[in-house]
Design a binder for this molecule. Structure first.
Ligand SMILES: *Cc1c(COP(=O)(O)O)cnc(C)c1O
Length: 491
């Protein structure tokens, strides 16, 4: 194999030459365009066994540089087989996250600039575009001007920052100054969330020294929504027992069933008890763009913070999560720490995003949000989400009219919880086994990928329609495969 003339010689210290970059850049863009064109020819779920990818790769690094075309060839040979295709229109597992053309192009540019947006000065465009684009996004969701936004990597990190701000709000405890450990003079902190909340709320609380004992899970009603009266009761009992309630995390679009907690009623309790209300709308929040769906954020004006992930249902390559808060000053109070070498003369006139979180360096993430909103337009984005809602309702109806299946939860968005339940099988253990087998067999076709959850001890399949490339025919294919596989198993 003839090696190309590039930087393989010992006395070449620079980067890849521009002409070589151009050549392989074009080649790679062509590769990506073909990948999307042929996306449906790949198995959605990778069929690789544990360790297979690792053992196909050398265990030591190359001493001499390798030609770019060899590296690219290994994408096809070694890497692609171990990819689960999140962009596949029949990826209906978890909460989908699909990439998009404008998002990919913006990511490319963002890595080219390699701008580190820690301070305004370290790239004014990064800071100011983040302010502008989050102001757009705030309007798209119908949030008031009281909400200030910041981009973090994931909802887990956004929620952790919200909980940290909630902790900082208990000013008399001076937690920033004195910490929490070993302090007998203060009461232990308690945070409340529902039994259906995402594990990231607990992880955030664990990270911040609240401890698992400081996390109270409030029961849900039969539609999987937090019961406000039980929240109020838990708070008053805890206060009697010497705890310090400080935060409630409500969910708009829970992970299992996308249930929507009654934010309005919860906000009322929080106001009365002086607790920080954080709303986790990581997946479903973007649906508020559609006027008929804006109700999901009823009461949000009384919340202190809210997280929403464009990297879930808004076609943004991972990662990009947004935290909105009405109290950026408290967030800043919790995290700002400016050493001499990071002080700038503009500090009072600009937003230095490093002041609002634990990380110093920040990727230029707003660029991809800007590309995506401009390319699709607010109406284009809303229409796509609306179509997913329509397809979700269709699938739910299909389940409701099928004698072999039953629906297991309401469908406020486009996530459907259901299970196979043939007339002659009523033993719950047998039903759990049947549904697990059905899921595994459906997924092993490679044609669709869905995941499960447990509701009241029952094994439940979950089908999520939120992919950019998902159309009616894909949902119909999912129905056909589910039906056929079930009949196959039963016969
Ligand atoms: C997905 C999800 C999260 C976690 O999101 P990451 O960005 O992966 O951290 C948190 N809460 C809810 C409700 C989610 O759907």
């Amino acid at each position: 194999m003839e090696k190309e003339k590039n930087n393989f010689s010992k006395d070449n210290f620079g980067d890849m030459p521009p002409e070589e970059f151009r050549k392989y850049g074009h080649q790679l863009i062509d590769w990506i365009a073909d990948y999307f064109k042929n996306i449906e020819s790949y198995p959605v779920l990778s069929k690789i066994n544990p360790g297979e990818i690792k053992s196909s790769l050398p265990q030591t690094p190359p001493i001499n540089g390798e030609p770019m075309n060899e590296i690219l060839k290994d994408i096809d040979r070694k890497i692609l087989p171990g990819i689960t295709h999140w962009n596949h229109p029949n990826f209906m597992a978890y909460f989908n996250s699909t990439s998009s053309g404008p998002g990919i192009l913006a990511e490319l540019l963002s890595t080219a600039f390699n701008a580190n947006g820690m301070l305004w000065k370290t790239s004014p465009s990064a800071s100011e575009l983040e302010e502008v684009v989050l102001n757009w996004f705030r309007q798209m969701l119908g949030l008031s001007e009281n909400f200030w936004g910041i981009i973090y990597d994931t909802a887990s990190v956004s929620s952790m920052h919200a909980i940290a701000a909630a902790r900082e709000q208990i000013s008399e405890y001076q937690i920033r100054q004195k910490g929490l450990a070993g302090r007998k003079e203060i009461k232990r902190l308690k945070i409340y969330t529902s039994e259906q909340a995402h594990s990231s709320i607990e992880k955030g609380a664990i990270t911040l020294g609240i401890g698992i004992e400081g996390i109270q899970k409030i029961p849900v009603d039969k539609e999987f929504r937090m019961i406000p009266s039980l929240l109020a009761k838990a708070i008053s009992e805890d206060k009697k027992n010497g705890w310090m309630p400080f935060c409630v995390a409500a969910t708009v679009g829970t992970t299992s069933t996308t249930s929507v907690d009654p934010v309005n009623e919860i906000a009322y309790i929080c106001k009365k008890e002086n607790l920080w209300l954080h709303v986790d709308a990581a997946h479903a929040g973007v649906a508020a763009m559609i006027p008929e769906m804006r109700y999901i954020l009823n009461g949000i004006e009384n919340a202190d913070s809210m997280v929403v992930n464009p990297h879930k249902w808004m076609f943004t390559p991972v990662d990009l999560s947004i935290l909105f808060t009405r109290k950026p000053k408290i967030l800043k109070q919790a995290f700002s720490l400016v050493p001499e070498y990071l002080k700038t003369s503009e500090d009072n006139a600009v937003t230095n995003y490093m002041d609002y979180g634990i990380q110093l360096g920040r990727r230029f993430r707003s660029l991809k949000l800007w590309f995506i909103i401009r390319y699709f337009g607010t109406e284009g984005l809303a229409n796509r989400i609306k179509e997913h809602l329509r397809l979700g309702k269709n699938f739910a109806e299909w389940i409701d009219h099928n004698n072999n299946f039953e629906r297991m939860a309401p469908v406020p968005f486009s996530t459907i919880c259901f299970r196979a339940h043939p007339k002659n099988i009523n033993d719950e253990i047998q039903l759990n086994e049947l549904n697990e087998q059905l899921m595994n067999e459906v997924n092993s076709t490679g044609k669709i990928f869905l995941t499960h959850t447990k509701l009241n001890g029952k094994f439940v399949l979950r089908l999520v329609i939120s992919g950019l490339r998902t159309e009616e025919k894909h949902v119909l294919l999912a129905q056909e495969i589910l039906q056929n596989k079930l009949l196959e198993i039963l016969s």
